[in-house]
Design a binder for this molecule. Sequence first.
Ligand SMILES: NC(=O)c1ccc[n+]([C@@H]2O[C@H](COP(=O)([O-])OP(=O)(O)OC[C@H]3O[C@@H](n4cnc5c(N)ncnc54)[C@H](OP(=O)(O)O)[C@@H]3O)[C@@H](O)[C@H]2O)c1
Length: 330
Amino acid sequence: MKAFIHIGKPGLENTCYTDMVEGEPKKGEVKVRVKAAGLNHRDIWSLYRRGEEAGPVILGSDGAGVIHSVGEGVENVRLGDEIIINPSLGWLHKSDAQPNEFEVIGVPTNGTFAEYIIIPAENVEPKPKYLSWEEAGVIPVAALTAYRALFTRGKLQSNQTVLVPGIGSGVAIFVMLMAKAAGARVIVTSRSTKKCQQAIKLGADLAIDSESDWNEALDGEIIDLIIDSVGAATWDKALSVLKKGGSIVNFGATSGQKVEIDLRNLYFGQYNILGTTLGSHKEFREMIQFVEKHEIKPVIDKVYYHKDTIKAFERMNEGSQFGKICLIMD
Ligand SMILES: NC(=O)c1ccc[n+]([C@@H]2O[C@H](COP(=O)([O-])OP(=O)(O)OC[C@H]3O[C@@H](n4cnc5c(N)ncnc54)[C@H](OP(=O)(O)O)[C@@H]3O)[C@@H](O)[C@H]2O)c1
């Protein structure tokens, strides 16, 4: 089968679209014919975290497809079922943090940027019918992360205002769409005027320049909750606009992972600083129900053929995307 892999030294230059041996599902596993998959920043970080002489691994954590074959004892799906892949391995129940055995599909295990993937049967859920293959393929990581950040960790209420820095991020767009669907007021930031305008078109109540003075731009708005993944570049600005007793939930550090915290400011502001990462199977099912109920569709930035996966990585490296970058396998 065709697959996009990383092998050898760190870096995008050590990736290729090549032939890999197809396996067969063992007990409790399913083999999925992947129809579409989404890129995440994780796919780029993975290229630099595998050591100096890494063996071949298929990249990719997001995907949707059709059940091709099933291993012994599998009862939750049948051949031909259209499914969406849950990227969380080993995290079944909602909990304060992931269990030690938790992993994400796609590094260290083989991922979704292939014609076929073999995964535990518990990692597939029915594909919502209103979504195209491209839309279903890019949902898993971003929408699951957004759902847990907003609702499980952030405990968003419909009468609250949420601030989402760096709206160009695929996860941030899901945060915005889900928060709007839940009835909250949503303010976003971006370094790009065009992305600010796109966010307003999608329902953001206000979009401000990430490089501006946020206190001035927000003009006294009360921010109850911030869902952040930009990290270092905007951390101080974010905390400076959060209401006393408000919460900031962080799930990424695209611009840098080291920030300074003024402890006097922290205790006096009584802020809740929370981390989050992906989500459990329970949250994945809740997220699918939520997006189905509100007919939330991902924003797709660009679609690439599988053989052109390298171009999709280059687009993500440039950082000019608005929404999810998608691969189609057929
Ligand atoms: N923990 C988890 O489970 C999990 C899951 C998914 C993603 N993540 C992490 O979340 C982050 C977001 O991932 P993503 O793939 O959706 O998006 P991304 O491509 O990393 O983009 C994030 C956005 O951050 C903004 N940004 C980047 N550098 C900036 C800077 N110097 N100053 C101000 N803004 C800046 C940009 O927004 P504008 O272009 O609008 O300015 C950019 O579009 C990544 O770090 C990823 O690793 C974590």
